[in-house]
Design a binder for this molecule. Sequence first.
Ligand code: DX5
Ligand code: ZN
Length: 220
Amino acid sequence: MQITPSILNADFANLAEEISRLNDSADWLHLDVMDGHFVPNLSFGPHMVSSINAITDMPLDVHLMIETPEKWALDYVKSGAKSVTFHIEACAEPIKLARELREAGVRVGISIKPATDFDVVKDMLIHFDTLLIMTVEPGFGGQSFMDAMLPKIAEARSYIDSYNLNTWIQADGGINLETISRAAMAGADVFVAGSVVYSSKDPEDTVRKLRKLAESANQK
Ligand code: DX5
Ligand code: ZN
């Protein structure tokens, strides 16, 4: 059970301090890259990822919400990402890009939006280390968790287990101290948590609480 806090709702003018509030508690740091086309929001690009890489020991988990990720994904490897996830809806040759990213030495994730069925990606999962299931419409932090995505998580979990794949299932969007147990029970094992962490007075404590809740839900 891993927690990957998203900085999307952090104070960007004090980012170094905001990130240092998480030292040692989080497994990864989730960086949401948005291009204003694939999603109706803009965030940051590879230069910001390099700057963040220089100030933290946490491995960087980059989530590309951009069109034509094949043009840009390797730039994020150069910027220091340890995992790069892109969207199936945005990429014409996902397996080719997955191979290039693996050859570059990073973990590779494929992401599906709420309207995209698990069936669309299941045959290519062998090429990916992570399946990111969006549990909100991508674009903004602070939205409500979509319970309607729980059956999709469960379907992915049973497929991954039945084929003995090592693919991690990452749930992204609306994860908080109430929803994480449901996502874990359905079969997710990596959890993105943005606003719940950054609105907390003690982000490290919140990360630890989230992990504990996920662990105990998983044992049920
Ligand atoms: C949404 C992003 C998420 C988001 C999570 O498009 O991919 O990573 O920042 O934030 P919360 O936890 O606030 O939903
Ligand atoms: Zn994300």
